[in-house]
Design a protein around this ligand. Structure first.
Ligand code: SAM
Length: 195
């Protein structure tokens, strides 16, 4: 299982950037909380803010490689990790996270770029490991190829999973999704529960 390839330019970009006092999330912080929700690749952060408003009893935090989004959530007092989400997920202990959202990850449509897709077998194995028992992973995409790939990965790992969800469940609508819906694109949701 190969790891997805992360943006090559990120580390040099990060060194040049100054963040507005971000509320930095560390794997250690997670140990202080029982109920945790992670929003992976939250973009500008609207979905993370909505998740926090919907789940008052949870620590809601986000992982993102986009500085503007990190700064947005710092202003809202939401903990974030700036960098490769996978690098952070790998450091989390087993059976720790209640809900994980990966909403509209970059589709990397060209075949030669597919190895950059953040969700693959390896990423799912990490997500499944860190979810608590009965924990939930929600994947959404408007890219049919990526959605089928994600469905197959999850079904191969877990036969009980029923594939695409009939609706978006109670997840927030994201900024990227609004743009996709304006273009009449179909949205695919997969809601996985760990048993
Ligand atoms: C298409 S945008 C979707 C943003 C948001 N979830 C939405 O639906 O509006 C994908 C986001 O994932 C972030 N991203 C991509 N790869 C990442 C990685 N390895 N770690 C953290 N963030 C990543 C990008 O910076 C981008 O903001």
């Amino acid at each position: 299982m190969n790891k997805p390839i992360f943006y090559k330019s990120f580390r040099s970009r990060k060194q040049q950037e100054s963040l507005n006092s971000p509320r930095a999330l560390t794997p250690r912080t997670l140990k202080e909380h029982k109920y945790i929700i992670i929003d992976i690749g939250f973009g500008t952060g609207e979905s993370t803010i909505n998740l926090r408003n919907m789940h008052k009893d949870y620590l809601v935090c986000g992982l993102e490689a986009y500085k503007l989004g990190i700064n947005n959530l710092a202003k809202k007092d939401i903990l974030t990790y700036y960098g490769d989400a996978l690098e952070f997920l790998e450091k989390i202990e087993n059976n720790t996270i209640a809900k994980i959202y990966m909403l509209f990850p970059d589709p990397w449509q060209k075949k030669k770029h597919r190895k950059r897709r953040l969700f693959n077998e390896y990423t799912f194995s990490v997500i499944n490991r860190i979810l608590v028992n009965k924990g939930m992973f929600h994947f959404a995409s408007d890219n049919i190829g990526y959605a089928i790939q994600a469905k197959n990965i999850i079904q191969n790992a877990c036969k009980e999973n029923n594939g695409f969800s009939k609706n978006r469940g109670n997840r927030p609508i994201t900024k990227y999704e609004k743009k996709a819906l304006k273009k009449n694109k179909f949205v695919f949701d997969i809601i996985y529960t760990k048993y």
